[in-house]
Write a protein of this length. Structure first.
Ligand code: PMP
Length: 285
């Protein structure tokens, strides 16, 4: 494995950054997770655009343009000779003094890791997973907008711990008004009377790229979709439910807070979308 740090490549064991980097000290930075299917970074432009929007929102000047970043990612994939894998693209505020003030951080640190990802065993895609609602609420948009994919994932980590403590693999986070936002690293969808429903990002969710891919895919699968407000009641009474994310792709959810969703098996709309998604990632290269 060769890791890119600020324009140079390092072996895995040598790939290191300063302990004074504000990415470590304060979670001050942004990142992306991107899949490689058949040797190509999937939806790379979209991921890079979101990365730069996240950076802009936190006043972090990325020390290279989007085109240059795209080229760097291409090169990292080529050097690592990955056909199927995962890219972690990270930009931190860089090295600075021990105080919070980022003004003295000389320059951002740019890191590209090309590796593998396997979040869930195959059997879960066939039978679905059980999730719980986390007691921890999603970070309010007026504190740190969840559309910023920042390096500060403590909110998500805490909810993941809650899920595990409840014997589940995932948790649903609500916002302060009790509306459904997303899971710890995935967006959430339900199917009600044949229509696909998902929370609009302004309720407190990342504007997921897999989410958008599924919304765009829906019409070709004969499904209409709507971004709306959802409550726990909507989840409990849904015909189907699934999560979407770069790592998980489309994962059926068959139990929420002890309630079976539909008949407790991945539903027909979910299965159609999984098939459509698999086709998309296998033919688009
Ligand atoms: N929400 C959160 C909090 C995430 O970290 C992610 C990415 N894993 C998602 C949703 C899904 O977004 P995407 O489809 O762009 O990977």
């Amino acid at each position: 494995m060769k890791v890119y740090i600020n324009g140079k490549y390092y072996d895995r064991g040598e790939a290191m950054i300063s302990v004074f980097d504000h990415g470590l000290l304060y979670g001050d930075g942004v990142f992306e997770g991107i899949r490689i299917y058949k040797g190509k970074a999937f939806k790379l432009k979209e991921h890079i655009k979101r990365l730069y929007q996240s950076a802009k929102a936190i006043l972090l000047d990325v020390p290279m343009g989007q085109k240059e970043m795209e080229k760097a990612v291409f090169e990292a994939v080529r050097i690592n000779a990955k056909n199927d894998g995962y890219i972690r693209l990270i930009i931190t505020r860089g090295e600075g003094p021990l105080g919070v003030d980022p003004a003295q951080c000389a320059k951002p640190t740019v890191i590209i890791i090309v590796g593998d990802i396997q979040l869930y065993p195959q059997e879960y895609y066939e039978k679905g997973i059980a999730v719980v609602t986390a007691a921890s609420r999603r970070m309010p948009s007026d504190s740190l907008d969840p559309r910023v994919k920042s390096l500060n994932y403590l909110n998500n980590v805490m909810a993941k711990i809650e899920a595990k403590q409840a014997g589940c693999l995932e948790a649903v986070l609500l916002n302060h008004e009790g509306y459904v936002t997303e899971c710890t690293a995935d967006n959430i969808f339900i199917v009600r009377d044949g229509t696909l429903l998902t929370p609009a990002p302004h309720y407190g969710a990342l504007d997921g790229i897999t989410r958008m891919t599924v919304i765009n895919l829906a019409p070709s699968c004969g499904i209409t979709s709507l971004e709306t407000a959802l409550t726990r009641y909507d989840l409990y009474t849904a015909d189907e439910c699934f999560m979407t994310g770069t790592g998980a792709e489309i994962m059926p959810v068959t139990m929420i807070d002890g309630r079976l969703i539909g008949n407790g098996k991945p539903g027909p709309v979910t299965r159609r979308l999984i098939a459509g998604f698999r086709k998309l990632i296998s033919v688009r290269q």
